[in-house]
Each structure stands twice: as structure tokens, then as C-alpha cells.
Design a protein around this ligand. Structure first.
Ligand SMILES: C[S@@+](CC[C@H](N)C(=O)[O-])C[C@H]1O[C@@H](n2cnc3c(N)ncnc32)[C@H](O)[C@@H]1O
Length: 334
């Protein structure tokens, strides 16, 4: 019910059902899906017009949408694009830059270390390095399996927008009380929930292991498309709700299938994105239209996660392991 009410929120004074998708940026645009190089869109965005820049950039891993180049070249190319961000960002604005690792010949280069220097040199201030942890993924043979990526949250100034109350999460122990001092015996938690912290967890599917707040967008997820590196809408929503106000503009320079735009209009913000691959552009438009028409399956923000109980088969040691039939050679990568 809550998700439905959010979906019906207007963007500015435009009712959600009347939203249309513009190809080019205009001051009155509520949704922009720019088909082309992000640099071209950035160049026409007015100064101080964007409240939040949020993205997962290409990682230079040779995915289907990128040409792999030397790491130094990649960083140079990204720095040239990022150099315009200070101009387009509102004084109270933020940047959320979600990255993982670049890997070459088995050597790992954590991209956030390189990006930190780019943003810092441009005068942006780091507010959080959020760990986005997941309990699934490729199983490494020669090192420990990688199970987290990061989101660097920078602001342009010290007077940034931060709506903590919009993103509080349920207290784990709501009945906890102060055990000493002047407040002894009184409840110690905030009844509106607790700060979600800088450690965000996700899993592959809702029955998988671990503590889960934001499931990864994979096969069992209601939002899954053909894009190999899709954002869960819920993850973007947390940033949108905390770092912008209704009516603000949110910009994703590497939009993919439009997750940022959906998270933005769902919450009454203006969504702007650039994408160069036609198949993702088409998919983004279809998803946005489906959302506007109420036909997009999304995972509601804050939806309680299903955890297997000890009685569920998936949580039990399989019979093959107990009888020695399931040897390691049957599972060489794990
Ligand atoms: C990691 S993916 C982002 C996926 C996105 N977060 C989503 O939820 O779908 C990066 C995207 O950037 C696009 N891209 C790469 N270079 C670009 C450029 N110069 N201009 C516009 N889009 C670009 C790629 O085609 C790819 O879809």
C-alpha cells in the first residue's frame, strides 16, 4: 500500500500519469533519457542545477558496453568527465559514486581509491564510504572471493542536504533501555528507527544467507533485466531520499536501464540520465513507462527480508555432505 502511494506521487506539479520522457534536457523536463555520450548531456546541464549525481560508472572490465583500456587512461577519461560536476551540482548537492574493483592479471585495483583522489582534488568532501556487502558472486580460486563494493558519498559544501529521518531503519532492539546515568530505565532508541549506517547488505535472493537489506538484482529479483550490472532501485532510493528534497533533480551519467530515474520519480524527484547503448535506452524507457502505468515490478524499499529458518532445507547440511558423497571435486570453485 505504501509503495503504491509513493508511486502516485507527483514530480513537481506534474501528476505521475502525465510524466513524459524527454530526449534533451530542458528546464521544465521531469524525465530525461539522453541517448548518447554522457559528456554531451553534461555540457548542456545548467550550473548548480543538480542536487544528486548518482551512478555506477563503467569499471573498465571489458563488459559488453565498454572497451578496456590501461587503468591510467581509464582514470584520465573519468577525471575529464567528473571535472564538470562541480559546475552542475547545487551548493547543497551530493555525489554517490558506486564502484568495485578493476582486476588485471589477477591483481586487484580498488577503484574507489583512485576515484577518491579525483573528487578530493576537485574540492569535494567525503561524508561516507559506504560498504555494499553481498553474500554471493564469483568464487575466487587464488584469493578470497570479493563480496563488497563501495559507494563514495561526497558533498560540494558543508551545508549539504541530509534527511536522515527519511531513511531510518527499524531498531533491532526497540525495547532497549539506558542501564545507567540520568536516563536509566528510559528507552534508548529513536522510535522512528535507527541510522542505517555505512554498511549496507544485500544477497542474491531472498532465501540466501546473511542479513539482508537490499537484495542484489539477479535472476530471482523482481527488477532483473538483461543488463549485467543493474542497480537495485531500492539502493538508489535510499540515497535519493536522504540527499535530496521533493522536486530536486537527480542525474545518473551512466544510466543503464534507468534504475536511478525510476527511484527518482517514484519519490517525486526529477530524473535525468545518459546512456549510449540503444538496447539499454529502449529498456530504460520501457521500464519508466511501465512504472508510470503502475506495471513495473519493483522491490519495495524497506520490505522485510525473508530469512530461512533452521528447518528450511536450504539452511541444513545436505545429506550428501553427511555421507561423504558431495566431495570438493564436485564443487571445484567453491
Ligand atoms: C555499470 S553500468 C550502469 C548500470 C545502471 N546503474 C543500471 O541500473 O542499469 C554503466 C552503463 O554506462 C553506459 N556507458 C558507458 N560509457 C558511457 C558514456 N560515455 N556515455 C553514456 N553511457 C555510457 C554503459 O552502456 C552501461 O550501461
Amino acid at each position: 500500500m505504501k509503495a503504491r502511494q509513493l508511486r502516485m506521487k507527483a514530480v513537481g506539479n506534474t501528476a505521475i500519469n502525465d510524466l513524459k520522457i524527454d530526449k534533451k534536457f530542458d528546464l521544465s523536463s521531469k524525465i530525461v533519457v539522453f541517448p548518447g555520450d554522457t559528456k554531451e548531456l553534461i555540457n548542456v546541464l545548467p550550473s548548480n542545477s543538480i542536487k544528486l549525481i548518482i551512478t555506477s560508472p563503467p569499471y573498465n572490465l571489458g563488459k559488453e558496453y565498454e572497451t578496456r583500456v590501461a587503468l591510467s587512461k581509464y582514470i584520465e577519461q573519468q577525471a575529464a568527465i567528473i571535472s564538470e560536476f562541480s559546475r552542475i551540482l547545487d551548493e547543497k548537492g551530493s555525489i554517490c559514486w558506486q564502484v568495485g574493483n578493476y582486476v588485471e592479471d589477477g591483481e586487484v585495483f580498488p577503484l574507489d581509491i583512485y576515484y577518491y583522489n579525483i573528487f578530493r582534488d576537485l574540492g569535494f568532501k567525503l561524508r561516507n564510504r559506504i560498504i555494499w556487502h553481498f553474500g554471493h558472486g564469483l568464487h575466487a580460486r587464488n584469493r578470497f572471493s570479493g563480496r563488497y563494493e563501495t559507494i563514495l558519498w561526497f558533498t560540494k559544501s558543508d551545508g549539504y542536504t541530509f534527511n536522515l529521518d527519511n531513511v531510518r531503519v527499524e531498531q533491532k532492539y526497540p525495547g532497549k533501555r539506558h542501564f545507567k546515568g540520568p536516563n536509566k530505565g528510559k528507552l534508548s532508541g529513536n522510535p522512528n528507527g535507527k541510522n542505517p549506517s555505512d554498511f549496507w547488505e544485500q544477497i542474491q535472493s531472498e532465501w540466501d544467507q546473511g542479513i539482508i537489506e537490499i537484495p542484489n538484482v539477479k535472476a530471482n529479483h523482481p527488477e532483473k533485466t538483461i543488463h549485467p550490472c543493474q542497480f537495485p532501485i531500492e539502493l538508489v532510493e535510499r540515497c535519493v531520499l536522504a540527499l535530496t528534497n521533493a522536486g530536486d533533480r537527480v542525474f545518473d551519467p551512466y544510466m543503464g536501464v534507468g534504475s536511478t530515474i525510476i527511484a527518482s520519480i517514484k519519490n517525486g524527484r526529477i530524473g535525468i540520465g545518459a546512456e549510449k547503448e540503444i538496447k539499454y535506452i529502449d529498456l530504460a524507457k520501457t521500464r519508466i513507462k511501465n512504472f508510470i502505468n503502475g506495471n513495473l515490478r519493483t522491490r519495495p524499499i524497506g520490505k522485510e527480508i525473508h530469512r530461512p529458518s533452521d528447518k528450511d532445507r536450504v539452511a541444513q547440511r545436505p545429506i550428501e555432505w553427511q555421507t561423504g558423497q558431495g566431495t570438493l571435486s564436485n564443487h571445484p570453485t567453491k
